[in-house]
Ligand binder design. Structure first.
Ligand code: HEM
Ligand code: HEM
Length: 295
């Protein structure tokens, strides 16, 4: 089987995980922490943080169909892993835990062919990442994201319908913003509301119905600045509170949202990575008369 076929097989398998995601994720971390107990210090944020991390990793494996196109985005992601305290030796631990979790969850359905495909895809991604870890200067290490809450955020929010309502409000406002609304012209709002909802529900510890790419890849050609993220957050906060959620839940929601910002924001337009050859970075201009929303 060629690499392209193996990649397609893994992508198809990830898309079929559906309801099995929680079992798979918990089996993965059980094996991981048994193989290397010191990793509990890095992944110590409760179930929803663990599921979110696991989903991000799977979403990455799904996107390797055009490795040369995404390798710059993968390298950026690998650099962020220095701040997450990832070390080269951890990748073997991950590899083992992932295969054991897949075997345990799928048993006979995890055929030798499927196993080989997973091994190949994992090796491909982890080779790129470990190469970066080996050569990158030791960047400042960020404190791992932790949460003191053991309850699932999705339950505390009140379920998927509430998340959908918040996002509907949020995008209604965002589309009208004279500055960052520029990113959304000609994009179907209904689809964005649905995609963002599926993504966040999984990140909040709920079911993973999201079939898209990780945000770092979706936004890799967009010149998104920190100022834009801040403006976006004002609308998001408003929408959460307008749906009657408490300040505490709002804080927890925004914390999860913010954990993705570093993977999208760019300091200069040169950091944009194109999706297809010859494409230009996606940039927008701030109108001279622009008045940002009030926090
Ligand atoms: C092939 C292996 C891996 C892949 C594809 C992967 C992928 C990802 C992705 C896409 C994210 C989301 C945040 C971002 O894009 O910056 C993430 C977060 C993270 N990864 Fe990995 N990762 C891998 C291996 C590892 C290893 C070996 C460690 C070891 C410590 C690790 C630790 C973390 C941590 C702590 C986070 C942050 C969670 C958060 O705060 O949201 N990852 N990973
Ligand atoms: C200022 C910041 C941001 C801007 C300007 C922005 C812009 C966009 C745009 C234009 C799209 C549509 C892409 C397309 O249809 O080709 C998109 C999709 C998406 N964004 Fe963002 N984004 C931002 C921040 C974020 C953050 C922080 C997250 C995660 C927490 C996120 C998650 C997503 C997801 C999951 C999708 C795909 C939805 C789907 O499957 O339809 N975005 N974004």
């Amino acid at each position: 089987m060629s690499f392209a076929q193996q990649q397609a097989l893994v992508k198809e398998h990830i898309e079929s995980i559906g309801q099995n995601i929680n079992r798979l994720s918990s089996s993965f971390y059980t094996h991981l922490f048994r193989i290397n107990p010191s990793l509990t210090h890095i992944f110590n944020g409760g179930i929803s943080m663990l599921n979110r991390k696991f989903n991000s990793m799977l979403a990455t494996f799904k996107s390797v169909h055009d490795l040369h196109k995404i390798s710059a985005a993968l390298e950026g992601m690998a650099k962020r892993h220095i701040a997450y305290h990832a070390e080269v030796s951890h990748f073997d631990d991950f590899n083992q835990a992932l295969l054991l979790a897949l075997e345990e969850t799928y048993q006979d359905k995890f055929t030798p062919e499927l196993k080989l495909a997973w091994q190949t895809v994992f090796a491909e991604v982890s080779n790129i990442m470990t190469e970066v870890l080996r050569h990158a200067p030791q960047a400042e290490k960020k404190k791992p994201v932790t949460t003191s809450h053991e309850s699932l955020l999705i339950d505390d929010i009140g379920g998927t319908e509430v998340v959908t309502r918040v996002h509907q409000r949020f995008y209604d406002d965002l589309y009208e913003d004279e500055y960052i609304g520029g990113f959304f012209h000609h994009r179907a709002k209904r689809l964005l509301v649905r995609g963002q909802t599926e993504f966040m529900v999984a990140a909040f510890g709920g079911e993973n119905l999201y079939t898209g790419e990780p945000p770092a890849f979706i936004h890799m050609h967009m010149f998104i600045t920190q100022e834009m993220s801040d403006i976006r957050e004002i609308y998001l906060r408003r929408a959460i509170l307008a749906e009657g959620l408490s300040d505490d839940i709002c804080q927890r929601w925004l914390e999860v949202d913010r954990s993705f910002h570093a993977s999208l924001e760019k300091k200069s337009v040169d950091e944009c990575v194109m999706r297809v050859w010859g494409q230009a970075p996606f940039t927008i201009k701030k109108p001279a008369s622009y008045i940002p929303p009030k926090a």
